[in-house]
Design a protein around this ligand. Structure first.
Ligand code: TMP
Length: 253
């Protein structure tokens, strides 16, 4: 398929996209939907996440999120950064070297927002530590899914119940409302200071499909993805797997 992926003026094969947002913003669902959509164009996509994108990272995730663990603030900062350093070396860099599109559910901005703004309230220190962890590998595009704090936490609790998560909220989710408010404000400060890299979608009033449409619109624009012209061959009522076109013979929208 004649599909170009560009970042700025450069035609790229390897693209690094991160999804960020407060708990309950729906970013994990959107990461999956975006990966599926890009794969439908035949693009090679690696979907991964933090913390826990490697075997070592899964152990770190368990330590970081177990509610009964009493971690010192700097321990939490360093374990998040250690998870990231391993993830970059073992998973993200090799995938980019193989010309893949990497979609990462949380990355360095999570540490800046949660540990920097939320916990330590010293963003510069968290940034210095994380710069060592990522070795200059900043994302090309960061999709910030914003959500009003109370709405996000309610959604998150409901989703956990629906998924039958017996363990309840994790160690970080359990923090008080003020912490989560600082995280949200932190994200907004981060995107204000780097509008080139960030794109924001306010998900507070939107359903999953509407957010997915907005995310796709941003990704197509920012990466200059041009969709190939396709003549739809589906019959009336059948759905087209490429663009979800429902009108027979008129071409996908
Ligand atoms: P998840 O629910 O998106 O998998 O993330 C687990 C929790 O870890 C979530 O509350 C956010 C938190 N977190 C940080 O505090 N700092 C980080 O650097 C990352 C990656 C996640």
């Amino acid at each position: 398929m004649n599909l170009r992926v560009r970042v700025g003026r450069t035609v790229m094969a390897a693209v690094f996209i991160t999804l960020e947002g407060p708990d309950g913003s729906g970013k994990s669902t959107q990461a999956v939907l975006l990966a599926e959509r890009l794969r439908r164009f035949g693009l090679p996509v690696l979907l991964t996440r933090e913390p826990g994108g490697t075997a070592l990272g899964l152990t770190l995730r368990q330590i970081l999120l177990e509610p009964s663990n009493k971690l010192a603030v700097m321990t939490e900062v360093l374990l998040m950064a250690a998870d990231r350093a391993q993830h970059v070396e073992e998973v993200i860099k090799p995938a980019l070297q193989n010309n893949m599109i990497v979609i990462c559910d949380r990355y360095v901005d999570s540490s800046l927002a949660y540990q920097g703004f939320g916990l330590l309230q010293d963003v510069a220190k968290v940034k210095t530590i994380n710069e060592a962890a990522i070795g200059g590998l900043w994302p090309h595009l960061t999709l910030l899914l914003d959500v009003e704090t109370e709405t996000g936490l309610q959604r998150h609790t409901l989703a956990s119940r629906r998924q039958g998560r017996s363990e309840g909220l994790d160690r970080i989710e359990q923090r008080d409302l003020e912490f989560h408010r600082r995280v949200r404000q932190g994200y907004n400060r981060l995107q204000e200071s780097d509008p080139q890299r960030f794109a924001v979608v306010d998900t507070t009033e939107l359903g999953v499909d509407d957010v997915a449409q907005k995310v796709w619109h941003i990704v197509r624009q920012r990466l200059e993805i041009s969709e190939p012209e396709i003549t739809c061959t589906k019959k009336e009522g059948e759905s087209c797997e490429v663009n979800h076109c429902r009108s027979a013979g008129s071409g996908c929208k």
